[in-house]
Design a protein around this ligand. Structure first.
Ligand code: NAD
Ligand code: SER
Length: 318
């Protein structure tokens, strides 16, 4: 890849690690990280170019992309599911306004655009188990509404204007570098932090509530592989189901107990996030991603647990 890459929302849970990976793969100076404001993440803000960018400001985004001669944008800036239910107007403005600006600029300036969708694009009427690639999408959260609309808009810009748009439907992501930003699946990250800090966790998601989860390294692998895939083979450009594991809180606790036998899991269920979780699938069928660009995850639950506990033990000891 010769041209530069720009990442929006780069100081979030995914952006922090994506920027580090892209800088390793393509060179630090070639990856411009941007976010609404500076946060204490020197691995991103000081490891290469960093700029303040509000994605709802199309002019500022356009000027930066033109000035830096950007060839690919990873558009991560968004308001996630739980925060979105408290601030639906903001979620629409950022998730749809920001994406529309990115798509219009991609049309005008001819760059490739990666945008993640989510398991949140599905809703209560979607088949919950092994949810097919193409199925009913009637989400009942503002976040989910913006994800379905975003998938369709990205398809439209590809078909109508030949913009190179690509994306995946991400499960809940588990990582240890930056904390998650206010989603429903965040419990599956917090449980590992509390396992190290207190050897116990109080879950806001109830036992028996299954959702797809994935270790961050697998998600980043999917981003890079999809962006490097042969476009001729991509049928479902903007909304590939990808999956690694379907788990509930009890399964994660059992996995943690393989390494910390005394770990205690309790429950203090939050009705709002529980309702969102119940509206999402239990597990996704990712056969289209496997067939069209060779998707395959590396981490199962126990490998992820071992890695999370090891890395957090080092991090929290500092
Ligand atoms: P996050 O909340 O951790 O980070 C989002 C970033 O966007 C934050 O750093 C925030 O400051 C920034 N932002 C918010 N408003 C902005 C604006 N107006 N202009 C510029 N930046 C702004 O989110 P994340 O987990 O890194 O998610 C990134 C993308 O991946 C989102 O589209 C999200 O829907 C999707 N996704 C994430 C997960 C997950 O589990 N993390 C799962 C499914 C989909
Ligand atoms: N992790 C995200 C959320 O819970 C899923 O899109 O909002």
């Amino acid at each position: 890849m010769k041209e530069k890459i720009l990442v929006t929302g780069a100081l979030g849970q995914i952006g922090t690690e994506l920027v580090m990976l892209l800088r390793k793969l393509y060179g630090a100076e070639r990856v411009v990280a941007t976010d609404l404001e500076r946060k204490d993440l020197p691995q991103v803000t000081e490891g290469g170019p960093f700029e303040i960018l509000d994605v709802t400001d199309k002019q500022a985004m356009g000027e930066l992309i033109a000035r830096e001669k950007i060839g690919t944008v990873y558009h991560l800036a968004a308001i996630l599911s739980a925060v979105g239910e408290h601030r639906p107007q903001l979620a629409w403005a950022v998730n749809m306004g920001g994406l529309y600006n990115a798509l219009e600029l991609a049309r005008e300036q001819n760059f490739a655009l990666f945008t993640p969708s989510s398991i949140a694009c599905f809703g209560p009427s979607t088949p919950a188990d092994q949810t097919p690639q193409e199925t009913i999408q009637r989400p009942n959260t503002i976040y989910g509404v913006t994800k379905v609309a975003g998938e369709l808009l990205c398809d439209y810009y590809h078909e109508r204007f030949n913009v190179d748009t690509r994306g995946v439907r991400l499960p809940g992501l588990i990582s240890h570098e930056a904390l998650p930003g206010g989603g429903t699946t965040d419990y599956a990250v917090h449980i590992y932090y509390d396992a190290i800090k207190k050897n116990s966790y109080s879950s806001y998601i109830a036992a028996g509530t299954y959702m797809d989860m994935m270790y961050m390294d697998d998600a980043l692998k999917a981003f890079v592989e999809l962006m490097e895939a042969d476009p001729a083979k991509l049928i479902h450009r903007n909304a590939f189901n990808i999956a690694a594991m379907s788990v509930d809180p009890e399964m994660i606790a059992e996995s943690i107990r393989k390494f910390r036998p005394d770990f205690v899991l309790e429950y203090d269920v939050d009705p709002e996030r529980q309702a969102i979780a119940e509206s999402w699938p239990n597990s996704l069928d990712d056969s289209a991603a496997r067939a069209e660009w060779g998707w395959s995850p590396d981490y199962d639950l126990d490998r992820m647990t071992e890695t999370m506990l090891r890395e957090l033990e080092k991090k929290l000891a500092k």
